[in-house]
Design a protein around this ligand. Structure first.
Ligand code: MN
Length: 198
């Protein structure tokens, strides 16, 4: 059972100009694909070959010998999730159940957006900013490199990729500008709401 590269949920130019087709060509077509290809090579002929991606992540997270498998599996999952967190003409203040939950924790959307952006800006080096559920508590977190909330008993609701490959072609070193533009224009709140009840 090979792990598959899921199709992008939109065309390569759908997120432009916030995220260009050129970035998606490399980020999805090269980086994400490479994680899938590497993972399939690493699990071929092992007992992980018949496991789901989520099972592989949870098993490899507990075994330092499987760090390479963990890194590639978690990056496959994180990227598949990230693409679904974005959509053309998204972003801005949320609607639905997540809006009430965000207001209950942060007081208002503006404060939430500032803290989410800050999590992405302060992740030193490569990683991810997240909105997660821990139990029934909404939290903003960040993880380094390939690490994922799935390995920490948290339920991911939303993520922003802050590896340089996510923004360097469009924003060069200006990670804060990438984060601000994505938060303002691309967050798919329908997907976040669906994750709340999945
Ligand atoms: Mn990435």
């Amino acid at each position: 059972m090979a792990i598959l590269l899921p199709e992008l949920p939109y065309g390569k130019d759908a997120l432009a100009p916030v995220i260009s087709a050129n970035t998606l060509d490399f980020h999805y077509g090269k980086h994400h694909k490479a994680y899938v290809d590497n993972l399939n090579k690493l699990i071929a002929g092992t007992d992980l070959e018949v496991k789901s991606l989520e099972e592989i992540i949870k098993i490899a997270a507990k075994d330092s010998v499987k760090a390479g498998i963990f890194n590639n599996a978690a990056q496959v999952w994180n990227h598949s999730f990230y693409w679904r967190c974005l959509k053309k003409s998204g972003g801005g203040a949320p609607t639905g159940a997540i809006a009430a939950k965000i207001n209950a924790v942060w007081g208002n959307y503006e404060k939430f957006a500032e803290e989410l952006k800050n999590a992405g800006m302060t992740q030193f080096g490569s990683g991810w900013a997240w909105l997660v559920l821990e139990g029934d508590q909404l939290k903003i977190t960040k993880t380094a490199n390939a690490d994922t909330p799935l390995a920490h008993g948290q339920k991911p609701l939303l993520t922003l990729d802050v590896w340089e490959h996510a923004y360097y072609l469009d924003y060069q070193n200006r990670r804060p500008d990438y984060l601000a533009a994505v938060i303002q224009n691309l967050i798919n709140w329908d997907f976040v709401n669906a994750n709340l009840v999945s």
